[in-house]
Write a protein that binds this ligand. Structure first.
Ligand code: FAD
Length: 384
């Protein structure tokens, strides 16, 4: 058993850390306050090869493994989760194209995304279909050689900035099987009949663009179907282990960012004539924050390893990692604010933002409750 990163992985970590310190941290508060998508930072991230780096080399990516993706994600989120999500979501939905797309779809979309010339979005959730993905009601009907799409999607990351969406639609409602009858369809962002409304006032990750999409007779050519008709939900399920591991890495990043900032502050701040880090109550907080972050990281690495090696216990591990790392992010960020006292309550200090940002990791890509359901199902072998 090897508990060391390779030299290449260490180098990746150092390079992304440097990028995050120089290009993300100095502007993070500004984008958070303005709720603005960081186009300039995205251009620099493209130059660094940070956009959709899991895409294979032949389509312009780097072909990073899940483990390398976890290392990179931790660094981005330790600096700032809002901008970190913009960078790591640029290729949302790319997995569907990589795994099930036609050669034409891959060659058209993926190189644009990795070059920073296009952004993708993955449109699954709807106003009435959140945790229960099988209640998706957006309809795609065949009319000649086109699909005609009607319905709405909710909470879509990159909703107003994306050039391409992978949209989960119901195409075959007559199929009498809960998981069949859905298809994934590629929809260009500039199609007639597609309306996108930005959602503002989010608790956290405010640099990230989130929107509601409305489809009113949106027409796309039949060639935009991704993979097999009626199998969209089953196709989608194959990526959850990977995407949940990535959210676990986000949680590790937020926890580490908060724990490091708390340590720094505790050593600087003096009360009662001594550094607050001299008080045992604060020492214990710091010890617990760093211990839990380390535990979350290794569970996440273990899950990433399982993704890369297609291990049998992968689904349980991915949900364990996602649940534990997101809970750790929320708890550590909470303690980091506590260590800062009043200073942690205002946005002069990053912990205020990390505290707000941490919460999303317990909600998207399947809530905490859904992750526990999955772990229990894997243990007990029964349904949801
Ligand atoms: C900022 C943001 C970005 C997002 N980005 C995207 C995106 O890019 N693409 C996309 O498709 N979606 C996206 N989402 C949607 C996200 O995945 C959903 O919000 C999430 O899956 C939960 O669905 P819901 O909000 O409808 O909550 P609900 O499903 O209504 O859940 C409400 C509560 O009930 C609980 N609950 C529901 N079912 C069960 C059950 N069976 N057992 C126990 N408890 C249960 C939940 O855990 C939760 O606590 C995003 C959401 C946010 C907030």
């Amino acid at each position: 058993m090897e508990f060391q990163l390779t030299d290449e992985q260490k180098q990746l970590r150092e390079e992304v850390r440097k990028f995050a310190d120089e290009e993300i941290r100095p502007v993070a508060t500004e984008y958070d306050v303005e709720e603005e998508y960081p186009h300039e930072v995205m251009n620099k991230a493209a130059e660094m090869g940070l956009l959709a780096p899991h895409v294979p080399v032949e389509y312009g990516g780097i072909g990073y493994s899940s483990l390398e993706n976890a290392i990179l994600t931790e660094e981005l989120f330790a600096a700032d989760p809002g901008i970190g999500l913009c960078i790591s979501s640029a290729g949302f939905g790319a997995e569907a194209l990589m795994e099930f797309g036609t050669e034409e779809q891959k060659e058209r979309v993926l190189p644009e995304v990795t070059a920073g010339d296009a952004v993708m979005g993955s449109a699954i959730s709807e106003p009435q279909a959140g945790s229960d993905v099988t209640s998706v009601a957006t309809r795609a009907e065949k009319d000649g050689d086109e699909w005609v799409i009607n319905g709405s999607k909710m909470w879509i990351t990159n909703g107003t900035v994306a050039d391409y969406f992978v949209v989960v639609c119901e195409t075959d409602p007559d199929i009498d099987d809960r998981y069949s009858g859905y298809s994934q369809i590629l929809v260009e962002g500039d199609r007639d009949g597609l309306t996108r409304d930005k959602i503002t006032g989010k608790l956290g990750i405010r640099a990230s663009d989130t929107a509601e999409l409305r489809f009113d007779d949106v027409r796309v050519p039949e060639e935009n179907l991704i993979g097999q008709r009626g199998m969209g939900f089953l196709q989608l399920m194959q990526f959850f282990d990977e995407t949940r591991t990535a959210v676990a890495a986000q949680g590790v990043g937020i926890a580490r960012g908060a724990a490091e900032r708390a340590l720094e502050y505790a050593e600087e701040r003096e009360q009662f004539g001594r550094s607050i880090s001299d008080f045992q109550a604060i020492k214990h907080k710091l010890a617990e924050m760093h211990t839990n972050t380390e535990a979350a990281r290794w569970l996440t690495y273990r899950s990433a390893w399982a993704v890369d090696n297609e291990a049998g216990d992968l689904t349980a591990l991915a949900s364990m990692a996602k649940e534990f790392a997101s809970r750790t992010a929320v708890e550590v960020a909470n303690e980091a604010v506590q260590v800062h006292g009043g200073a942690g309550f205002v946005n002069d200090h990053d912990v205020e933002r990390l505290y707000r940002d941490a919460k999303i990791t317990q909600i998207y890509e399947g809530t905490t409750e859904i992750q526990k359901n999955i772990v229990a199902r894997e243990l007990l072998g029964d349904g949801m």
